[in-house]
Design a protein around this ligand. Structure first.
Ligand SMILES: [Zn+2]
Length: 377
């Protein structure tokens, strides 16, 4: 097994060196290619390609035509967090230079085909200390519904955002996206898979401790404690605050206490034009569901969610548990307390028993819980 993996990696490096040399300023259109696909492969946009080559109808490009590739328009980023592929680079040489591995670079950048990197392509580097820069999507779009042939790099290039932003905003793992899946293009409200350890934040004019806490998915109280702040209304502009580590991604309990199976089904299409805003955790009917962190459990009954619990976590994040057959403890609960039992209430009637689980940093918009729960379930 090990020998064949090494061989595969060696072949990849050789191929990559070859491709990086070839990745110059023109591209000859092959059968089946689209302008969007070509743009993505060269780290530019379909619009820029159309402009550069005087193409009036982007849906009509002739096989065999040689296109001029404009200067790469992939988003620039501060040194240290990204790397722009240069002539002669291989993924192996880049990995060695930045102290990473080929596998980590492939994973981090959602490279569907690890043999395809191009001169000018901007790679996000694993383990970078600073968060990846975020960009507003081109044209003000907020979502993209995945079509056949789409790739992470292609979607990112099309909207002029970094691949890392797309990956972070949707908790994508393993470089996979699915046809029909709705991807958020906006920067995530809080890093759902925040690394363990604290960060810092410099206070700017107009900011409140509440706003800062929400941004990092933590609480006012936690920031006060970490910084010895007595009066939360008195925070000096310019002061650098320590932001304590959030529990997301590191210390959550698995919400289902028993055998379960689940996949990264965030953003999958649902009836009525809705999209899946959580993960479905399948387990035997009656399996206990537990508080993932300490907090306050609020019970509610609704048409869609059936018997459901909203857990207001002490970490500042809200967690939704729906389709429960029975409720457990309510009110003040500790991590691990049973707050309900897996079932099929609400619109899950007739389906396999499962817990629909959502994660809302700062009690705001839902983010994909998969990166947080997959390490602990
Ligand atoms: Zn669900």
């Amino acid at each position: 097994m090990r020998a064949s993996r090494t061989l595969t990696a060696t072949i990849s490096v050789v191929t990559l060196a070859f491709l990086a040399l070839l990745g110059t300023g023109t591209h000859t259109v092959r059968r089946g290619e689209t302008l969007t696909g070509i743009a993505a492969a060269h780290g530019t946009t379909a619009a820029a390609l159309a402009r550069e080559n005087d193409i009036t109808d982007p849906n009509r490009i002739l096989v065999g035509r040689t296109l001029t590739i404009p200067g790469a328009s992939a988003p620039a980023a501060p040194a240290g967090t990204t790397y722009r592929v240069r002539r002669g680079d291989t993924l192996g040489s880049i990995a060695a230079r930045v102290g990473s591995t080929i596998a980590a670079l492939v994973e981090r950048n959602g490279l569907a085909n690890p043999n395809l990197i191009r001169v000018g392509q901007v790679l996000s580097l694993p383990g970078a200390a600073a968060p990846a820069p975020t960009t507003a999507p081109v044209g003000g779009a907020q979502h993209h519904v995945v079509r056949a042939g789409d790739t992470i790099s292609g979607v990112a290039a099309r909207y002029g955002i970094s691949q890392q932003q797309l990956i972070d905003a949707n908790g994508l793992t393993g470089g996979r996206i699915y046809v029909g899946q709705r991807l958020s293009l906006l920067p995530p409200v809080a890093a759902p898979a925040a690394p363990a350890g604290s960060r810092t934040h410099q206070v700017t004019a107009g900011e409140t401790l509440a706003r800062i806490a929400q941004r990092y998915g933590t609480t006012i109280n936690a920031i006060q404690t970490a910084n010895g702040i007595r009066d939360p209304n008195l925070v000096v502009i310019g002061r650098t605050l320590t932001i304590p580590a959030t529990s997301a991604g590191s210390t959550l309990r698995c919400p289902v206490d028993g055998a379960l199976r689940f996949m990264n089904d965030w953003g999958f299409p649902r009836s009525g034009g809705r999209f899946h805003e959580g993960n479905d955790l399948f387990a035997a009917r009656g399996t206990p569901t537990v508080a993932v962190v300490g907090g306050t459990a609020l019970q509610k009954v609704g048409v869609i969610g059936g018997q459901q619990v909203k857990l207001l976590g002490d970490d500042g994040t809200s967690y939704y548990y729906t389709h429960l057959d029975r409720f457990g403890a309510a009110g003040r609960v500790s991590a691990g307390t049973v707050i309900g039992y897996v079932g099929t209430s609400g619109n899950a009637a007739g389906t396999a028993p499962h817990l629909h689980f959502e994660l809302h940093p700062g009690d705001g918009e839902a983010v994909n819980p998969f990166p947080s729960i997959s390490p602990v379930c």
